[in-house]
Design a protein around this ligand. Sequence first.
Ligand SMILES: NC(=O)c1ccc[n+]([C@@H]2O[C@H](COP(=O)([O-])OP(=O)(O)OC[C@H]3O[C@@H](n4cnc5c(N)ncnc54)[C@H](OP(=O)(O)O)[C@@H]3O)[C@@H](O)[C@H]2O)c1
Length: 252
Amino acid sequence: MEPKSLAGRVAVVTGGSRGLGKAIALSLGSAGASLALVARDMAALNAAAVAQGKAGAEVAAFSADATDERQVARLQGDILARFNHVDILVNNAGMNIRKPVVEFSLAEWNTVLATNLTSAFLMCRALVPQMKGRGYGRIVNLTSIMSHISMPGRAAYSASKAGLLGFTKALALELAGDGITVVAVSPGPFATEMNTALIEDPELNRYFTSRIPIGRWGNAAEIGQLVLYLCSSEAGFVTGTDILVDGGWTAQ
Ligand SMILES: NC(=O)c1ccc[n+]([C@@H]2O[C@H](COP(=O)([O-])OP(=O)(O)OC[C@H]3O[C@@H](n4cnc5c(N)ncnc54)[C@H](OP(=O)(O)O)[C@@H]3O)[C@@H](O)[C@H]2O)c1
């Protein structure tokens, strides 16, 4: 890939304030893409935007709840007013509630589904129409190993992530003739805020590390570099599928 292979491209990254989204934005920005970072907490977003700016990217922060139809409509207008067009959409915003099915309230279930699945629908519905007609487009959805396998306590998360993989496949087929690829990235355990409770509990940390054949948690930069490749012109034939990045977990 050329060093500034994404120069002139505009990338929207939901959940771009921390964790995997921040690393993805850093990789895309380092390749020359302009960045629209989206999350709810404006202070965290601003801090991330400053860091991306120091790394040389043109960047703007947009506070929005990606599960809210009206806020996503406003976000669409704000991003297009600032950048004029969008080439890359990374649907990375996500969350997890871990507990047995019978202990879930309907509100908790709906929150997980809305954050991990409905947000991607709303963002794609808002941005895909103007992504068409440019001969290039990339949509990357953050799915999970839990799109394929599961564990006790992960019913809502697995349901949302398996749904997002199905969504990825269907949208890839809808957009295959437009030069827009739709791909999912399915991480195994990565050391981000989402997993703080698991990382800080010595027993759980040992358990998770023992389940990963590579023997360690993933580093966010390892996802960033993969997403950069998926957004390159060289990846134009990769669509309607996911790439597992799990240290070998699902090979067992
Ligand atoms: N870490 C892992 O091991 C792992 C494994 C498999 C898949 N994944 C997936 O990878 C993605 C990123 O995970 P992560 O570990 O980086 O998570 P994280 O550190 O918890 O970050 C989540 C990001 O999403 C944003 N977000 C959450 N709800 C949102 C909403 N309703 N609207 C807009 N933004 C929202 C958060 O910002 P605000 O709270 O300020 O909105 C934050 O920027 C998620 O989809 C996750 O399911 C992660």
